[in-house]
Ligand binder design. Sequence first.
Ligand code: ADP
Ligand code: MG
Ligand code: ZN
Length: 479
Amino acid sequence: MSAYETVIGLEVHVQLATASKLFCLCPTTFGRPPNTNVCEVCAGMPGALPVLNRQAVHFAVKVGLAVNCVVKPRSLFARKNYFYPDLPAGYQISQFELPICEQGYLEIQTGDGGARRIGITRIHMENDAGKNIHDPDKNISYVDLNRAGTPLIEIVSEPDMRSPEEAVTYLKALYGIVTYLEVCDGNMEEGSFRCDANVSIKPTSSAALSTRTEIKNLNSFRNVQRALEYEIARQQDILDDGDTVVQETRLYDAVKNCTISMRSKEEAHDYRYFPDPDLPPVEISEKELEQWQSELPESPQSRLGRFMKLTGLPEADLEILVQRPAIADFFETAAAKADARKVANYILGPLLREHNAHYTGLPDPGSWAMKPEGLAELVHIVDQGLISPKIANDIFGDLFVSGSMPEAYVRAKGLGQISDLSALEKAVEETIAANPAEVAAYKGGKTKLLSFFVGQVMRATRGKANPALVNELLGKKLQ
Ligand code: ADP
Ligand code: MG
Ligand code: ZN
């Protein structure tokens, strides 16, 4: 029994997938040439006035509702003042005293099969900063403001997690929600979903929390896990030496797998928050909130439960099917027309393999030529014995790219299995006649040779014989 207990609270930044920025009409497109998505507002010109993007409000509320928050009918934007080259106005516009959502929670599964409730303190809206790009060779730094003004929500949890595994489970659940709701593109490498991890360790017997450190800007689940593990061990060492942990902000170095001090509490900013005089309070009417609530899709958890019943497959396998409503819809449409478990296995295997070979990012059925009806038909013609599972695999790539209906495709290419008895009988008889030694051995008791004969017949028919029929015929003829 360890005498210490880990305490973790996460601050998660989610970039909202709105077409334009939070306070201006500039596009949020990633990867454009530097400083091309910029106007007076997001460049922080004095006198340029911000206008709130209502879509961002809707997205923030969707997340709030999905994590059981109280949505505030009135919330406020404040100026958070600090100087940094990628923050042209000299302040970030963020919600401070009155955030848009409060007091939510998220239920997560624990390793032992139970569930735990992680409190969500608040969700607030804010604009993202630009990016500084440093060129050490030329000893020059550049500022790219394309990202400046991109809408973010920050989801702040209670210090309710007790291990790095729990923190990652919580993060994955949140990630699942924001991508499923399609309020975030989920691209973690591009920084669309990133988190600051706060961690402390305290004597198990003590109720009071200890001094924490905050690890900034983690942008992969693996880095969250490893940074927390490192930081917990570091704090444990400090306590074991009889020293005290200092409150500070640290950075995780993924290459060296360690955290390094960035600034201590004494150096922490005093942001001098005050309500932004250029922005009126954000108001959400009861009617609008009801409307948004009614438009929320069935939760991924609930759908996952139904899919588990439908297919008998484990949760871990099916999670990817509820990453986006469109993929869940694709599965459900196909599963209504063919064996659900086989449909799921085709999606989880060959379909996602093809997706990854042709596209980047999360599965997006909208971009596929293959439709659910096509996949259902493929499962169907394998079940019927028109083609073998092997042929189905061989032609899958073609079907995916062309969107052809499988039965017509198979018939056009002459790939259908030979189920015609007389043709198969002929192939079986020829095989028996060509292998007298094996026939004698088989009759002498080496019944294992049956698979040899099946193989020979399959070869003779170039894989098109119906294997069940071949087995049956061989059994009879070799008696
Ligand atoms: P700040 O705004 O300075 O970052 P907050 O009080 O908003 O401080 O806390 C930020 C995060 O730190 C929250 O997610 C919270 O749950 C977590 N947290 C607070 N105290 C502790 C602690 N002692 N150990 C671990 N996490 C903590
Ligand atoms: Mg913080
Ligand atoms: Zn702009």
